[in-house]
Structures are given as structure tokens and as C-alpha cells.
Design a binder for this molecule. Structure first.
Ligand code: HEC
Ligand code: HEC
Length: 345
């Protein structure tokens, strides 16, 4: 289908379908701890709302931290050395591999004061993202613009009220000008998505600790059962701590999940869901404004299925995903995303 016709068909279909009402934070049932990267909530209890993220009134950003030669660190493969403060500097984080991406617009490299952290801080300079945020490298231009507008209009929130970085993303979008939306969408869509996640089916996985919404292998060792989860963890925790954008991730998934997901995604499972490629295109590589979902972060993707299902992602185009997720069980979501993650982009 030509791109423009595909867009018109999809937008019309989205307009025809109705939106579902959103439950309040108190009434919303939550899936098990995963995929939000937060500790489990006992059955029947609901997590408290994270405090709203508001910029301090008279915020003056600290100057970029100075280099002190004795504490310089280096990411594997980079010719540069930075301090840990420089790596985490919210208005201009370390860029280990400038040769891996086009020149960043100001809003991507530095953000703006006081409220907007650099996009590169969370999504990495090349947009590959991390499990606790989103992979935005190589998404369609129109799709990125639409999502930023939907965030601005308050149509995209996390189903887990504790997930404060999604609220921060909403605040950031609300502070962007039209020009900054265009610049950042142009920048991230100009690159091709390069997969850096490896799917491993396993019954037993290394024992994990949750820190900063990410699963890190417990330095003390040990193992734990995977259960019905996807556990995304760095290939090399030391490199991930340095935010090395070339250092990849492992997605541990339950045995058999990739094949179960493939069957469900390609047949619709007798009406349990819809065939994904109808809208996401052959190989789930995207069609027009419909995003590609092959080989992208499973933590992020699974959260989106839950957010569509629980109605907190009620974006302009989300009505199209409603019949896809409505009847899915926790296991279906794990299986589908194990499958989409295993695909090559
Ligand atoms: C505080 C860290 C942070 C910063 C800084 C940040 N984002 Fe995000 N972004 C997120 C999180 C978290 C999500 C949503 C993840 C979720 O809800 O699961 C997200 C989601 C997105 C999405 C949706 C991706 C998709 O596939 O639908 C886009 C687009 C996006 N961000 C663009 C940007 C741009 C452009 C900037 C800079 C102007 C930016 N972000 C800055 C954390 C951040
Ligand atoms: C009827 C069309 C349609 C079908 C079928 C469909 N999708 Fe989607 N999907 C969309 C649209 C449109 C979006 C973008 C929604 C938005 O703008 O918020 C989307 C978004 C998504 C996202 C979020 C992507 C991101 O970057 O945030 C995931 C994950 C997803 N779909 C998975 C699936 C899976 C898995 C299947 C098959 C089981 C499927 N979709 C079938 C239309 C569809």
C-alpha cells in the first residue's frame, strides 16, 4: 500500500473507533512488577502516585562539570574520556561516539533551561534508548511529531503512577516549541534503527536487582526463576553504567515464548488479537506513520501494550491498538513481545 494511502486509511479508522474512559490511579489493576521496572505491588494494593515533577522556580543549571584528570573514565571503543558527572550532566551529557550520529540539534544535545533535560541524556545521543525510557532512533518522522503532540495534550501516561520518567517526558513535551518538535523529529528519524538486543530463552536467569527502573545482575551472583516475565539487562553492566550507546542488552524470555508469540502475531490466535503485520507491515518494519516494532526494547514495548490496554496511552492513533490488546493475557503480552524483539529490523 502506498504510504499516503496507508496513512489516510489508518487515520480514518482511528477516528471511527471510540476511545475508552481512563480509570483513576486508585482503581487501575496493574500487571505484575514487570514491565515497569519497579518493585511488585502486593495483590489488591495500588502504588502511590509519584510526586509531580516540576522545575524549581529559580532554577539555574550548574555549569558543566570540570574535568579532573584523576577520575576520568572511558567507554569501551571510544577515544574520549569523561568524568561520571559529565556522563550524567543533564544539559549536555557525554557523547562517546560523535561519529555514530548526525550533528545533534541544540534541543537534543543540551535541552533547554530549566525544565527540559537533553533528549540525549535519556534516549542517548543516537536515540537507541534504554529499557527505562524508549528507543526512538529511526522512528517515522510523522509518528515522532504525533507522539510529542499527544504527550503535550496529556494523552500519554504510564499505567504505573510510580513511573516518574514518563511524567517527566510529558512535562518535556509540554515545554517544546513547534520548531523544537520538528528539529528533534527530523534528527531521530534521520537515523536507521540498529538493534542492540539479544533474546535468550531461559528457565533460570542470573539473580537481579532493580535500580533506576533497570534490572542489573546481582554482583553477589546467584540465580532466580524467570517466571512469566521478560527481564532486560545489560550485556556489560559497567558499560551500561557509563551509558555506552554501543553496549547492548540481553532480553531473557520464558522458554517457548518466541514461537508462541510468532503464532499469535501471524494468525491473530482465533480472534484473540489482530495480525500485527496488517498495520506494522511485513517483518513489522513499519508502514507510513505506523511505527516499526521489530527488535526494539521489550521492556518499553510491553509497557506500551499494557498502557494501551489499561487506557493510559489514549493517543490520536491508539484506537487502532485497542482491539489488538483488549483480550491479551499477561502471558500473551510476554509471548508477543518476545517474538517482536527477536525480529531483525
Ligand atoms: C527524563 C528522561 C527523558 C528525556 C530527557 C526525554 N525523554 Fe522521551 N521518553 C522518556 C520516557 C520515560 C518515555 C516513555 C517510556 C514509557 O512510558 O514506557 C519517552 C518516550 C518518548 C517518545 C515516544 C517513543 C515511541 O516509540 O512512541 C518520543 C518520541 C520521545 N520520548 C522523544 C523525546 C525527545 C524528542 C526528547 C527531547 C526533547 C525527549 N524524548 C527527552 C524519557 C525521556
Ligand atoms: C489495526 C492496525 C494495527 C494492528 C493490527 C496492530 N497495530 Fe500496533 N500500532 C498501531 C498504531 C497505529 C500504533 C501507533 C499508536 C499511537 O500513535 O499511539 C501502534 C503502536 C504499537 C506499539 C507501540 C510502539 C511504540 O513505539 O510506542 C506496539 C508495541 C504495538 N503497536 C504492537 C503491536 C502488536 C504486537 C500487534 C499484533 C499483535 C499490533 N501492534 C497490531 C496499529 C496496529
Amino acid at each position: 500500500m502506498p504510504r499516503r494511502i496507508a496513512s489516510v486509511v489508518l487515520i480514518t479508522a482511528a477516528a471511527l473507533l471510540t476511545f475508552s474512559p481512563v480509570g483513576t490511579a486508585q482503581q487501575r489493576p496493574l500487571p505484575a512488577a514487570w514491565p515497569y521496572g519497579l518493585p511488585p505491588v502486593p495483590p489488591g494494593e495500588y502504588p502511590p502516585q509519584a510526586p509531580p515533577i516540576l522545575p524549581p522556580k529559580e532554577f539555574v543549571p550548574p555549569p558543566p562539570p570540570a574535568k579532573s584528570p584523576d577520575e576520568l573514565v572511558q567507554a569501551e571503543g571510544s577515544e574520549f574520556r569523561f568524568t561520571r558527572q559529565q556522563i550524567g550532566y543533564r544539559h549536555g551529557p557525554a557523547d562517546w561516539f560523535p561519529q555514530d550520529h548526525p550533528e545533534m540539534p541544540e534541543i537534543v544535545a543540551k535541552g533547554k533551561n530549566p525544565e527540559v533535560r537533553a533528549c540525549a541524556m535519556c534516549h542517548l545521543p543516537n536515540g537507541r534508548g534504554r529499557p527505562e525510557n524508549a528507543p526512538i532512533q529511526g522512528l517515522p518522522y510523522d509518528y515522532i511529531v504525533q507522539q510529542l503532540r499527544d504527550f503535550q495534550r496529556g494523552l500519554r501516561q504510564s499505567a504505573d503512577p510510580r513511573k516518574d520518567n514518563t511524567s517527566e517526558m510529558e512535562q518535556i513535551a509540554k515545554a517544546l516549541t513547534d520548531e523544537e518538535i520538528v528539529q528533534s523529529a527530523r534528527y531521530f528519524s534521520s537515523m536507521k534503527w540498529t538493534k542492540y538486543i539479544r533474546v535468550v530463552e531461559a528457565d533460570t536467569i542470573p539473580k537481579m536487582q532493580l535500580r533506576g527502573h533497570i534490572f542489573w545482575p546481582d554482583p553477589a551472583g546467584g540465580t532466580e526463576p524467570i517466571g512469566n516475565r521478560i527481564v532486560e539487562t545489560p550485556e556489560d553492566p559497567a558499560q551500561a553504567q557509563l551509558r555506552n550507546p554501543r553496549s547492548g542488552w540481553i532480553a531473557y524470555v520464558p522458554p517457548g515464548s518466541v514461537e508462541r508469540g510468532r503464532v499469535l502475531a501471524t494468525t491473530g490466535g482465533n480472534g484473540r488479537t489482530l495480525v500485527c503485520s496488517t498495520c506494522h507491515g511485513p517483518g513489522l518494519r513499519g508502514v507510513g506513520p505506523v511505527p516499526d516494532i521489530a527488535g526494539r526494547s521489550p521492556s518499553y514495548m510491553a509497557r506500551q501494550l499494557w498502557d494501551f490496554k489499561l487506557g493510559t496511552r489514549r493517543t490520536t492513533m491508539s484506537a487502532l491498538m485497542k482491539p489488538v490488546v483488549e483480550k491479551l493475557t499477561e502471558q500473551d503480552i510476554v509471548d508477543l513481545i518476545a517474538y517482536t524483539t527477536s525480529l531483525e529490523p
